[in-house]
Design a protein around this ligand. Structure first.
Ligand code: ADP
Ligand code: MG
Length: 600
């Protein structure tokens, strides 16, 4: 094999934004580990001394370098990974700028020992402050060992900026963890001053996470998977139970590269919003795979800030993917209260999620006199409801996406304040917000209809709405989204919207309301609706079409609503994330009694 390193032409070199690569020991660690990954190593050992200030050694069993390359790799813009500017569009390696080793060698003492499998002898190169002090053949195993000593020995100002050993070591560990998480197929070891901190076997992604962060997460990793043409998202979120007060284990990767992306973080936070306390942060490990030509890795010298061509769509996919998983997490167990423990301990929701706020408690208490006949009148009800398992048995075998079924058994239901539907559920009492619950049911219907054919019905008489000025602004974006969920709309003149077909799930009498509700918009001035906006429309359509609060419901309708709700993928939350019901279990009820006694 011939030598493999090219010098980039100046034109390309200039395309690559110049930047400082080496800020602290951890930057060296990152670059060296990434080089070992790029070299195809299946095993990498990182040894740091004094948090990397005194020394950083990386030993890999990768492809190694020729004698010439071993010298050339320390030249600026020396890289084997790209050849011309076109390659910048499809970066498949961690490195490509060809400046890491040059930068490191400029501010430290470096020793490189390397050998390729096809060479009998290896090569040793030594430099200090960019000057080569040795370049000679030597015996060496296949692979590469880089030893970086006395970082910043010739740049005292930089040295002074380094933080305490423990902080620098923390940065080193962070970099190691990122590379290790992205590359579970590589055995990786980290030692500090001869103490082994990690010794990671080859593993799958989940095992690697547990090997790094400990078995405490074992029962709390919920898998997230989204597969589309634009992006594949795979990874894990920690259940709400393991959320932390400080930002801890929050990892995003794209094409096996760690990245910072505050917007994507927010996509995940927002999915968790109603499930964890406001000052808590979820943990997550999310891995995106995209066509490399749709991202720009090159906007930041450390390559951790990455521009996405399809960032808004990906944002939405991530958000709804996490929401879906959380919905199942929060939804399944209350339906399964008495079922055998098919769920692990971690699958139980945080109790705060289902507790009543004081206001809700006062509301429900204040309607007691009227509703007491059906509701908590002890003699009438408690005895009757207790022995019988009133929730139809198929609730137990609930599976995501299960379709609507007729009631299998008569449930006792009642309505409070024309607003809440109350029913025994498992070993407690569910108080269901009829409006939110129905919105959830419709939302899932609309979404399903959207991904199938258009299930649309033509209207014998088109419905005309006159538009307010604000609604007119929203029309162009609305039309696009509306068509996707089965509406046919046009504007015969500037102030009129005409609906000539509407989705099957909608009742004709509600059509005008729903369209008006969807147009109630502040943020949709754009001409085409993005995925995110479209989902917004779905939500609005669902809420606009949902049973209102204040509407009295006959018993069969209440039962149908409950059945449909618990057949949903995420029965516990409305499309906007608000809880659809609260559950009063025995414990909760005892608490209420205790609280009343204290007050009285
Ligand atoms: P880049 O990674 O951007 O190409 P670097 O300065 O990090 O630039 O490395 C320069 C070149 O040195 C790489 O392109 C690669 O050919 C070679 N190299 C560096 N580290 C290793 C290694 N551990 N094993 C094999 N080759 C390496
Ligand atoms: Mg590199």
């Amino acid at each position: 094999m011939s030598d493999i390193i090219n010098l980039l032409p100046d034109s390309v070199a200039n395309q690559i934004a110049a930047g400082e690569v080496v800020q602290r020991p951890a930057s060296v660690v990152k670059e060296l580990l990434e080089n070992s990954i790029d070299a195809g190593a299946s095993s990498i050992a990182l040894n740091v001394f004094d948090a990397g200030k005194a020394g950083i050694q990386v030993v890999d069993n990768g492809q190694g370098m020729s004698g010439t390359d071993a010298r050339l790799c320390f030249e600026r813009h020396a890289t084997s990974k790209i050849h011309d500017s076109r390659d910048l569009d499809a970066i498949a390696t961690m490195g490509f700028r060809g400046e890491a080793l040059a930068s490191i060698a400029a501010v430290a003492e470096v020793e490189l020992i390397t050998r390729r499998a096809e060479d009998d002898m290896g090569t040793r190169v030594q430099l200090a402050a960019s000057r080569v002090t040795d370049h000679s053949p030597c015996a060496a195993p296949v692979g590469t060992t880089l030893f970086v000593r006395n970082l910043f020995f010739n740049v005292p100002a930089r040295l002074r900026f380094l933080k305490s050993l423990s902080i620098e070591l923390k940065h080193v560990v962070n970099e190691f963890q990122r590379v290790a998480l992205a590359n579970p197929q590589v055995a990786m070891r980290l030692s500090h001053d001869d103490a082994v901190l990690y010794d990671l076997r080859v593993a799958n992604r989940r095992e690697r996470i547990l090997d790094i962060f400990g078995p405490r997460l074992e029962k709390h990793l919920l898998p997230v998977e989204v597969h589309t043409d634009l992006v594949d998202i795979e990874g894990f979120i920690g259940s709400p139970k393991v959320a932390k007060r400080r930002a801890g284990e929050q990892f995003l990767f794209v094409n096996a590269r760690y990245m910072r992306n505050p917007a994507f973080n927010r996509a995940i936070y927002s999915a968790f919003e109603k499930l964890i306390a406001a000052d808590f942060m979820p943990i997550f490990f999310m891995f995106f795979t995209v066509d490399p030509s749709t991202i720009d890795v090159n906007i930041h010298p450390q390559k951790t800030e990455i521009k996405f061509e399809n960032d808004r769509v990906i944002w939405q996919l991530l958000n709804s993917g996490v929401r879906r998983v959380l919905g199942q997490y929060a939804g399944v167990p209350q339906i399964d209260f008495d079922a055998p423990p098919l769920t692990s301990e971690g699958f139980f929701p945080p109790s705060s999620f289902f507790s009543l706020t004081e206001q809700e408690y006062v509301q429900s208490a204040s309607v007691l006199p009227e509703g007491s006949q059906n509701f908590i009148s002890p003699a009438a009800n408690i005895g009757a409801a207790a022995p019988q398992r009133v929730v139809p048995s198929h609730f137990n075998s609930f599976s995501p996406g299960a379709s609507f079924e007729p009631p299998a058994a008569a449930s006792s239901v009642c309505q409070i304040a024309n607003r809440y539907v109350v029913t025994p559920l498992g070993s407690g009492l569910a108080i269901v917000d009829q409006h939110r619950a129905h919105a959830r049911v419709l939302y899932e219907k609309i979404r399903a209809a959207q991904s199938q054919e258009h299930l649309s019905q033509r209207l014998a008489l088109p419905i005309s709405l006159s538009l307010t000025a604000a609604q007119r602004v929203a029309v162009p974006a609305f039309m696009d989204a509306a068509a996707k969920i089965g509406f046919s709309v046009d504007c015969p003149d500037e102030t009129t919207l005409r609906v000539s077909a509407m989705p099957l799930w909608l009742e004709v009498e509600r059509c005008a309301d729903v369209v008006a509700g969807m147009l109630e918009s502040d943020d949709s001035c754009e001409v085409s609706a993005t995925g995110e906006q479209r989902d917004n429309y779905l939500q609005r359509a669902a809420f606009a079409a949902a049973i209102r609060r204040g509407q009295p419901l006959p018993e069969p309708q209440m039962q149908a609503l409950l059945l449909a709700l618990f057949a949903c993928q995420a029965p516990a939350i409305a499309p906007d994330g608000a809880p659809t019901y609260v559950l009063l279990n025995e414990e909760k009820i005892k608490e209420l009694f205790a609280a009343l006694r204290l007050k009285g």
